[in-house]
Design a protein around this ligand. Structure first.
Ligand code: SF4
Length: 347
């Protein structure tokens, strides 16, 4: 008799093998999995842990401190994505600095910041360039355009990051990764294939209920086979080579560098900085801002949350001192942050 084919949901719900730890790297996955009620389908022996895929969350305190120096001491206009404005630095956030008279503007793209610079030639405008391969091309395009047009009052402060070396740093913290489909839409499949060859397993996942259930079911089935694996479960968006024009513009304007991740520390060649020919647009060099380590709130456990070593609710400040309205750490600020997701769906 032909064996009955199980649906993705049935594969997940019926799993009764050894304990599996699956890390959803991307904050949007964390939120969607909560929002769609997928956690309630998981058997006890499948644990989902949240990883470091929220760009705001992994941006270190020192970066906020450098942005504060630019705003308060160098009197630059800071242009930033909205979430970053509430992330606490060592002593204050950019929102606090704004209350003290600093000019901090929320923009939606780096090009908005460039346009503002062109409209205000008497002001020095700095765009805070954070994020992964998804947002980095936008910063690169703005810098390229600024150079071509000879705009001299525009620069960027970079904390751009790339994922492959972060997966290496997280090796062993989960049985498999749910790779962030939107990042892989740019980078393609190659990095993930290489990781599988090095013993790191994972599947590229989309964001709908069907895509997430499929990705989880494939992960469970592949884990049962016991060999390192990679599967692209988001082929309608992620191609083998990714978005080549985006990769080209990154390659043209930026180069790899070591980078500090909140919680994960310094990961070799996991960041991007402007190439020498674009040094005039590097705010840190332009305004001679020293590299700053910063001091996170000692009670905040964002670092452990981002490594999957503890759950947000294990933090003693969670939901008490630290809430989305009054965030103590970065993971409670951003919509993509794990603490924010747990607060929204589990409180
Ligand atoms: S609940 Fe707040 S203080 Fe605790 S780890 Fe999360 S962001 Fe940090």
């Amino acid at each position: 008799m032909e064996e009955k084919k199980l649906t993705a949901r049935e594969i997940i719900e019926s799993y009764d093998g050894p304990k599996l730890r699956i890390m959803e790297v991307c904050g949007t996955h964390t939120h969607e999995i909560f929002r769609l009620g997928i956690r309630s389908l998981l058997p006890e022996n499948v644990e989902l842990i949240s990883g470091p895929g929220c760009p705001v969350c992994v941006t270190p305190v020192g970066f906020i401190d450098m942005a504060l120096q630019l705003a308060l001491e160098k009197e630059c206009v800071i242009c930033t994505f909205g979430d970053l404005i509430r992330v606490p630095g060592s002593e204050m956030s950019l929102a606090d600095a704004r209350a003290k008279g600093a000019v901090v503007k929320i923009v939606y793209t780096a090009t908005d910041a460039l346009d503002y610079a062109k409209e205000n030639p008497d002001k020095q405008v700095v765009f805070l360039s954070v994020g992964f391969e998804t947002t980095t091309p936008g910063s690169c395009l703005a810098v390229k355009k600024a150079k071509e047009e000879g705009v001299q009052n525009f620069s960027i402060l970079t904390a751009n990051k790339t994922m492959p070396n972060a997966y290496q740093a997280l090796k062993g913290s989960a049985d498999a990764f749910l790779y962030p489909g939107h990042v892989n839409a740019i980078t393609g499949e190659d990095d993930c294939r290489k990781l599988a060859e090095e013993g790191v397993s994972g599947v590229i996942a989309g964001f709908t209920a069907k895509e997430l259930l499929t990705a989880l079911a494939v992960t469970i089935r592949k884990c049962q086979q016991g060999e390192p694996f990679f599967v692209n479960c988001y082929p309608r968006v992620v191609t083998e080579k990714g978005n080549i024009p985006s990769k080209k513009i990154i390659e043209e304007i930026m180069e790899p560098c070591d980078s500090i991740w909140r919680g994960l520390g310094n990961i070799s060649m996991s960041g991007l900085k402007l190439r020498e020919e674009y040094a005039a647009f590097d705010a840190q060099r332009k305004f001679d801002i020293p590299e700053t380590e910063g001091t996170p709130n000692p009670g905040c456990r964002c670092g452990e949350v981002l490594q999957g070593k503890c759950k947000p609710a294990d933090c003693p400040l969670f939901g008490k001192v630290c809430t989305p309205l009054h965030p103590v750490g970065a993971c409670m600020v951003s919509n993509e942050g794990s603490c924010s997701a747990y607060y929204q769906y589990q409180m």
